[in-house]
Design a protein around this ligand. Sequence first.
Ligand code: F6R
Length: 240
Amino acid sequence: MKIKVFDNEEDLYNYAAKIFINEVKTNPNTHLGLATGSTPIKLYQLLVEDYKKNKTDYSNVKTFNLDEYAGLDKTHAQSYYTFMHNQLFNHINIKKENINIPNGKANNLNKEAETYGKLLIKEGINLQLLGIGTNGHIAFNEPGSPLDGKCSLVDLTKNTIKDNSRFFKNINEVPKKAISVGIGDILKSKKIVLIAVGKHKAEAIKKTVNVKPTTKCPASALNNHKETLILLDKDAASLL
Ligand code: F6R
């Protein structure tokens, strides 16, 4: 894994945006693995700005999201489907049929996870974007998840439910389960870019960078992946 620390968020996000724009320009049929949450918002803004200015072409790009809350309809304001359309997909020329997000309202959520996992393996990811939870989770692989795990229906920890309650009216509205790609799926991506900003991520980053992979910190599995780049602001890197 390679680590790059930036003096400020602006430089970090400009650097990250260049990586993604360059990937789309050099490989117009690329498969991108995408994340939700607060971390990617500025990156998506920069991709939209670049699209408006430079018409970077997404018409043959396929995207695969990491996860979706179980039980939320895609039209729900907090579904990751809604998030991705508001932040990115509605503003670039990606084709609807090239967007892949697990269906959190499927009748059989275990089957949906299995089918999505098979799709991921068949299609393959060229460039995967990751955020990191304050407990070290990647996608919704919470501490204790197998480091070679596949896409499945997972339970969210109390910690994650509390962290994500900021997006909901109250904590009781936060779904308790999600469909999430597994750590094993993530490690199959050709390249991975993990972004962390803020002091609240420093502890998780300390447990991730240059350590022996352990299920106690799911992101530590990235030490087994040769093409992982970790982009940090000074705060997130403050305990290294
Ligand atoms: C989101 C995801 C999560 C987030 C993580 C950090 O698709 O898979 O692992 O990346 O919870 O969330 P933020 O960016 O909101 O701090």
